[in-house]
Design a protein around this ligand. Structure first.
Ligand SMILES: [Zn+2]
Ligand SMILES: [Zn+2]
Length: 416
C-alpha cells in the first residue's frame, strides 16, 4: 500500500508544538485588539493578477514563487503569497473608506510560496499582519512598531531589534534610483550577472543580493537618507524621535529596502541578530490603494512570520491546560465514571481517559508516559464506598474523596 506523505515544503504541526503557536497567535490578537484593530478574513484563493498588481510583476514572489493555476472554468487564480494585496482589495471593494477615516485591520493565516524549502522556510507558512488605512502621520508608523514591540516582549523574545529605513516618496525615490544606477554602472563588472540585469530595471533589488561581490560594492553606496525630500525627511525624523523616546530597540539601516515594490517612506524589519533571522517586516505604502484602483489613501502595516517565531518562544513560558488522567476499572464502573466525567466537564475540570479494558498498573504507566500530575481512580470498591481516589503522580500519595464533595475538593487540590 502506498503511504501518503506531505508535499515538499509543507509541514504538520503536532500537539507538542501547537501550544506555542496558539500562544503567539493569542498575544498578537490581544495586542492588536488593545490598539483598536479588528480582524479581517479574506479568501486564500484570489485572482492571480491581484498579486501582480499589488506586489509588483517583477518581484521574485510573483515571477517565481506563486502557486498559480487555472480553475475548472479556466480562471487564472493563485494561493495568496502574502496578506496585504488581499486586504487592500477588500478595503477598496467594500468601500471601507466611505465610512471610516482610519481603518485598522489585523489578519492571520496561511500564505503560500513555491520557494526552495530551507530551515524555517516552508511553502505553506503563517503570517500575522496588521494594516492601517487613512493615516499619513508617522505616529501611525510608530503604532505598527509598537504592536510588534509589545507582542515580542510579551512572548519574551530575546534580543530583537528594529532595523529602520526610509525609501522616500515617488519624488525622492526617483532621484535616489538615478543616483544608484550611476553608482552601479560604474561598477558593473564587479556585480553578479543577475544584478547587472537589475541595474536598469530594478536597482534596489541589488541590495538583497546574497553574492559576496555585490555585497562588497554595497558597502560604500550612497545612503537613501541623504536624498529624502523635506517631507520624507521630517516623517523619518519624527519616527526616530518616537522610537528613542519610548526606548524601542532600533538601528537605522540605510540598506534595508525589503523585497516588495509597494513601500514608500518607512520600511522596517525585526531582526534577531543571534539567530540571524528576520521575524517581521513592514512599512508604509502610500500609493498602493490608489495604484490598485482605489482612492488616494495612505497606509502602513507589517507582517510577522509565525513559523520563525515559534522556535524562539520558550515552552516554559506557556501555560498548558492540565488534564487529569481518569482511570475506570471494571465494566460496572464505566457508567458511574461517565456520570462523574460529565460533572467534571461542566465544572471545567479537564480529563483524559482511556476506555479500553486495562489493569491499574497499565493505566498508571500510561499516565506516567503522558506526564500526568494527577490521576483519578474509580473501581467497583470505590463505587460501593461512594468515593473516588485522587492520586498524586509526582509523590505517589493518594486520598479518598467523598462523592458529594469531590468536585470542590478536586478544584481545591489540583488547582485547575
Ligand atoms: Zn519624498
Ligand atoms: Zn548580485
Amino acid at each position: 500500500m502506498e503511504i501518503f506523505t506531505r508535499l515538499r515544503g509543507m509541514k504538520d504541526i503536532l500537539s507538542e508544538e501547537i501550544e506555542i503557536w496558539k500562544k503567539i497567535e493569542s498575544v498578537f490578537i490581544e495586542t492588536s485588539e488593545l490598539f483598536g484593530f479588528k480582524e479581517i478574513r479574506t479568501p486564500i484563493l484570489e485572482n492571480k493578477y491581484l498579486f501582480e498588481r499589488g506586489i509588483g510583476s517583477n518581484t521574485d514572489i510573483v515571477m517565481k514563487e506563486m502557486y498559480e493555476f487555472k480553475d475548472k472554468k479556466g480562471r487564472e487564480v493563485a494561493l495568496r503569497p502574502e496578506g496585504t494585496a488581499s486586504v487592500v482589495r477588500a478595503y477598496i471593494e467594500n468601500r471601507v473608506y466611505s465610512t471610516k477615516k482610519i481603518a485598522r485591520f489585523y489578519y492571520y493565516g496561511p500564505m503560500f510560496r513555491y520557494d526552495r524549502p530551507q530551515k524555517g522556510r516552508y511553502r505553506q507558512f503563517y503570517q500575522f499582519g496588521i494594516e492601517i488605512f487613512g493615516g499619513k502621520s508617522p505616529f501611525f508608523d510608530f503604532e505598527t512598531i509598537q504592536v510588534l514591540d509589545f507582542s515580542f516582549k510579551k512572548l519574551r523574545i530575546e534580543n530583537f531589534v528594529f532595523y529602520i529605513n526610509s525609501l522616500g516618496c515617488k519624488t525622492c525615490k526617483k532621484v535616489y534610483i538615478e543616483e544608484i544606477k550611476k553608482y552601479f554602472r560604474e561598477r558593473v563588472n564587479n556585480l553578479c550577472e543577475d544584478c547587472r540585469r537589475r541595474i536598469e530595471k530594478n536597482p534596489l533589488r541589488v541590495f538583497d543580493c546574497k553574492n559576496s561581490m555585490c555585497k562588497t560594492e554595497l558597502k560604500n553606496i550612497p545612503s537613501i537618507l541623504d536624498f529624502l525630500c523635506e517631507e520624507c525627511k521630517n516623517h523619518f525624523d519624527v519616527l526616530i524621535e518616537l522610537l528613542s523616546k519610548f526606548n524601542i530597540n532600533y538601528k537605522i539601516a540605510p540598506h534595508l529596502v525589503r523585497g516588495l515594490d509597494y513601500y514608500t517612506k518607512t520600511v522596517f524589519e525585526v531582526f534577531v541578530e543571534k539567530e540571524d533571522i528576520a521575524i517581521a517586516g513592514g512599512g508604509r505604502y502610500d500609493d498602493l490603494v490608489h495604484d490598485m484602483g482605489g482612492p488616494d489613501i495612505p497606509a502602513v502595516g507589517f507582517a510577522a512570520g509565525i513559523d520563525r517565531i515559534v522556535p524562539l518562544v520558550n515552552q516554559k513560558n506557556i501555560k498548558k491546560i492540565e488534564t487529569i488522567y481518569f482511570i475506570i476499572l471494571g465494566e460496572k464502573a464505566k457508567i458511574k465514571g461517565l456520570e462523574i466525567i460529565r460533572k467534571m466537564i461542566e465544572e471545567k475540570i479537564g480529563i483524559e481517559i482511556d476506555y479500553e479494558e486495562r489493569n491499574l498498573k497499565e493505566h498508571l504507566s500510561i499516565a506516567n508516559k503522558l506526564g500526568k500530575k494527577w490521576c483519578i481512580i474509580l473501581g467497583e470498591n470505590e463505587i460501593e464506598k461512594k468515593v473516588l481516589i485522587l492520586k498524586n503522580m509526582e509523590d505517589g500519595s493518594q486520598i479518598e474523596l467523598k462523592e458529594d464533595t469531590m468536585i470542590e475538593k478536586i478544584k481545591e487540590i489540583v488547582k485547575c
